[in-house]
Design a protein around this ligand. Structure first.
Ligand SMILES: Cc1cc2nc3c(=O)[nH]c(=O)nc-3n(C[C@H](O)[C@H](O)[C@H](O)COP(=O)(O)OP(=O)(O)OC[C@H]3O[C@@H](n4cnc5c(N)ncnc54)[C@H](O)[C@@H]3O)c2cc1C
Ligand code: SF4
Length: 331
């Protein structure tokens, strides 16, 4: 691994001014399972992605970790570990979708030190991106190796230029829960709904979200679900021990006494460069009896899917998983 200078800021202000001072060669770290154990260890770098020479440890910043429930919902500090999210009583009882999704991430060891902020902001797992010798678009190069190479795990929706799938399970769940990210930087604080936090390669192929290089995610706020809201999470993996999603589905919705879908969301992981909101499916099920419509509504996902040479199998998987997840939430 390349050498770096480690900074241990004692405040958020110190952390952001260090980021501002060093610019593109500085990165924040929390658990380090992706940045240190992956990106830096494997020399994932390129013209548009220099290996960091200054690492700013967020775990030394006070009050960036912890879970609180207040009138506007659930507040989770960015350096809260995934295990703490999973085991929190209020998360389990009121936002079980989030604890279920977090519990399917990696291994217990990684969940014990991997953080929520790190999970949401982790870099993609495309094996060309992670390979030292592939200078692809996402690293500032001029080619996407997945187009002619092995693309069995790549995007089936929304890929252009780059065909990554967003790797974060918590991001898929938090998008379904209509969460908001709180960010801070030299320009002050801002709140960005998860609907607007992630962007595809067309907006900027070098990044996956709107976080500026000198900003830090401080917390995630999840609103109280509507009374009686139903929710469920499912994730299909290749390896059953631990693995990233081949496809995943999160749903949150309200239903009337006749089993008719009122309002809600269906979000997908493992299929698109962003955690993907399946609005074509939501539109097809809204105002209809869920039991009777789930199958046809799930099939609507086919209208937006554009598979690559080796991943058409994902369309059947995601269609089936949407139907299963919605019916499971309905109970
Ligand atoms: C073997 C293995 C299996 C895994 N399986 C899964 C899986 O199934 N599902 C899944 O979702 N993930 C999976 N992961 C990814 C893992 O969950 C994440 O790496 C972990 O949650 C990241 O947290 P961290 O604190 O270690 O992140 P770090 O490595 O510290 O940071 C990750 C990235 O986020 C940035 N970052 C961290 N915190 C902040 C912040 N507060 N503000 C702004 N930027 C920030 C860092 O600069 C870095 O770029 C796996 C990882 C490994 C190594
Ligand atoms: S899919 Fe994206 S990250 Fe993977 S090789 Fe293509 S440009 Fe690079």
């Amino acid at each position: 691994m390349k050498q770096f200078d480690l900074y241990e800021p004692a405040s958020l202000g110190e952390a952001t001014s260090l980021l501002n001072q060093f610019g593109a060669t500085a990165k924040v770290v929390a658990g380090g399972s992706d940045l240190l154990g992956g990106v830096m260890k494997d020399w994932v770098q390129g013209k548009g992605m220099p290996l960091p020479t200054q690492i700013i440890d967020l775990t030394t910043v006070p009050n960036l970790s912890g879970i609180n429930v207040s009138t506007d919902g659930l507040h989770i500090g960015a350096t809260t570990t995934l295990t703490d999210v999973i085991e929190h009583n209020d998360v389990q009882s009121t936002w079980p979708l989030l604890s279920s999704a977090a519990a399917t991430i990696a291994s217990p060891l990684i969940r014990n030190f991997g953080t929520l902020g790190g999970n949401i902001n982790q870099r993609p797992r495309c094996w060309f991106f992670r390979g030292e010798n592939f200078n692809c678009y996402k690293k500032g190069g001029d080619f996407c190796y997945s187009v002619t190479g092995d693309n069995r795990y790549h995007a089936i929706i929304g890929g252009e230029l780059c065909y990554i799938v967003h790797p974060s399970d918590t991001a898929t769940a938090l998008l379904a829960l209509n969460a908001t990210a709180k960010l801070t930087g030299p320009g002050g604080d801002r709140s960005v709904p998860f609907d607007q936090y992630f962007h595809g390669p067309r907006e900027d192929v070098l990044t996956e979200n709107v976080l500026k290089p000198n900003e830090i995610m401080t917390e995630v706020v999840v609103p109280q679900p509507a009374a009686g809201a139903k929710m469920a999470w499912n994730k299909l993996k290749d390896r059953q021990v631990y693995d990233f999603a081949v496809v995943s589905v999160a749903t949150v919705f309200t239903v009337d006494a006749n089993g008719v879908w009122q309002d809600g969301r269906i979000t997908l992981g493992g299929v698109a460069p962003v955690p993907y909101r399946a609005q074509v499916v939501e539109d097809a099920i809204k105002g209809k009896n869920i039991q009777q419509t789930a199958k046809q509504a799930a099939a609507q996902i086919r209208t937006v899917a554009r598979p690559m040479s080796l991943n058409a199998y994902k369309i059947d998987l995601v269609q089936g998983l949407i139907e299963r997840t919605v019916l499971q939430a309905l109970g």
